[in-house]
Design a protein around this ligand. Structure first.
Ligand SMILES: Cc1cc2nc3c(=O)[nH]c(=O)nc-3n(C[C@H](O)[C@H](O)[C@H](O)COP(=O)(O)OP(=O)(O)OC[C@H]3O[C@@H](n4cnc5c(N)ncnc54)[C@H](O)[C@@H]3O)c2cc1C
Length: 409
């Protein structure tokens, strides 16, 4: 069964010209969520008879009548600006405001990432040193769209400006399609406290390896994300059980007769690249999940898999999938590093494969990285060195042309 709800629009609409507005709302958003919060805020200001103009951070300009700028921004990837905010820091140095302005910055992010609200921090700091900007409030950070934090910020801002803002908070929640899944299989824990769980959607729903499954357990507001492998029309997740982890323990206890609710989030940036012949997949620990699906399906590509685990026993959870891909020749090579058994890490193994890495990049191939953020940083250092020595390219250039794709947590 699928519960369908209408998606809210995330387009930016104005009914006041930029030079007439007293309040300017600037938004940096990658997925549209932050635009939803900013739009709800804008609508309340309009209800309070204020002249408001809303636009993307990249469209920052001068505003003749503005007194107050409110910035709503997400952070993307490893502390970066969302695509529609990438030029803002440059623009604030190029465009001189017509008069002094008060400003507030509200950052949206997730504490699951070490660079929590990093771009909002940068925006706030850049305005703080600008002589024409005065902070009205300290930087405010919101974790996982937490509605009560947003309400606190909204009330504080409303009090400071003497405006009553009556935003309907439940309208701000992401309304996504929820699917019910049957549990097909739930493996035993391996030596690293990790297990594989296989789920079957109870109705037709589109998903592919590299997408994410969002699960919100009963009584919780926060959703947890899991990388998906699509194998025989089922979802396979590789989950690490944390001692006090709410969702990982909930998933671990499920048995064959159980069903769960979840939302599939399309994660296009991490899909297996189409029409590309040479692909390197790099993972550590549970990060192997999406690759278990990818190595079974893409017969036309030459796929090389690198995986880092603790011990030889860690691999037992996945070896059936890897062996069958090697036997069916959908996987060209498999490279392993055991941190405990061999005292080595996957970035070291990658370093010993300079020719493979440089040839893959030279042939316009792609490298996909999934797993821990610390592994990602280590692996990117190795790739950066090879790319600069062998191809005269930077890691940023490789990321921009999608030759490097990451999904780390
Ligand atoms: C894009 C993305 C993809 C992901 N893919 C995967 C994946 O494929 N597989 C996977 O396993 N995970 C994945 N994760 C991580 C996953 O979403 C969860 O964060 C993870 O499973 C922990 O959730 P939990 O509910 O079990 O732990 P939580 O309840 O959220 O707790 C988090 C941590 O805090 C600790 N903790 C909780 N309460 C306390 C306390 N009172 N005192 C001290 N410590 C405490 C827990 O032990 C745990 O280590 C992904 C995350 C992202 C962002």
């Amino acid at each position: 069964m699928t519960i369908k709800r209408k998606r809210k629009t995330t387009s930016i609409i104005n009914n006041t010209l930029k030079d007439k507005a007293e309040f300017i709302i600037l938004v940096g958003s990658e997925t549209g969520t932050t635009i939803r919060f900013a739009t709800a805020f804008k609508n309340e200001l309009i209800k309070a008879n204020k002249a408001v103009f809303i636009t993307e951070l990249n469209r920052y300009s001068s505003y003749k009548n503005a007194k107050n700028i409110i910035i709503f921004t997400a952070t993307y990837g490893d502390g970066n600006a969302p695509a529609n905010a990438q030029n803002f820091i440059k623009l604030i140095h190029l465009i001189e405001p017509k008069r002094n302005l008060n400003y507030s910055v509200i950052g949206f992010g997730s504490k699951q990432y070490p660079a929590f609200c990093q771009f909002a921090i940068l925006v706030h700091a850049s305005l703080q040193i600008h002589p024409k900007f005065t902070p009205e409030m300290p930087l405010f950070k919101i974790d996982e769209q937490n509605l009560s934090s947003f309400e606190n910020w909204k009330n504080e801002w409303g009090n400071l400006n003497n405006i009553n803002l009556d935003i309907n908070l439940t309208d701000l929640l992401e309304k996504e399609e929820e699917t019910i899944f049957k549990i097909i299989n739930n493996s035993k824990l391996n030596i690293d406290n990790t297990f594989l769980i296989r789920l079957k959607p109870t109705n037709k729903v589109k998903f592919t390896s590299g997408d994410l499954l969002a699960i919100t357990t009963k009584g919780e507001e926060k959703k947890r994300l899991y990388s998906v492998a699509k194998i025989d029309n089922t979802l396979v997740l590789s989950v690490k059980k944390h001692d006090l982890g709410i969702c990982s323990n909930y998933l671990h206890k499920l048995s064959k007769t159980d069903v769960i609710k979840g939302t599939i989030q399309e994660n296009k940036k991490f899909h297996f690249p189409k029409k590309i012949k040479d692909v390197i997949l790099i993972a550590n620990g549970t990060g192997i999940a999406p690759f278990l699906g990818m190595i079974q399906k893409n017969k036309k590509a030459r796929i090389h898999l690198f995986w880092g685990g603790k011990t030889k026993k860690s691999l037992e959870l996945y070896d059936k999938h890897i062996i069958s891909a090697l036997e069916n020749k959908t996987l060209t090579s498999f490279h392993i590093a055991y941190s405990q058994d061999q005292q080595t890490y996957i970035q070291k193994t990658l370093e010993s494969q300079t020719v493979l890495v440089s040839n893959t990049l030279r042939r316009n191939g792609a490298i996909l990285i999934c797993g821990s953020l610390s592994m990602q940083f280590g692996v990117e250092k190795v790739i950066a060195k090879i790319a600069s020595q062998e191809l005269n390219l930077t890691i940023e250039e490789l990321k921009n042309n999608k030759q490097i794709r990451t999904d780390c947590y």
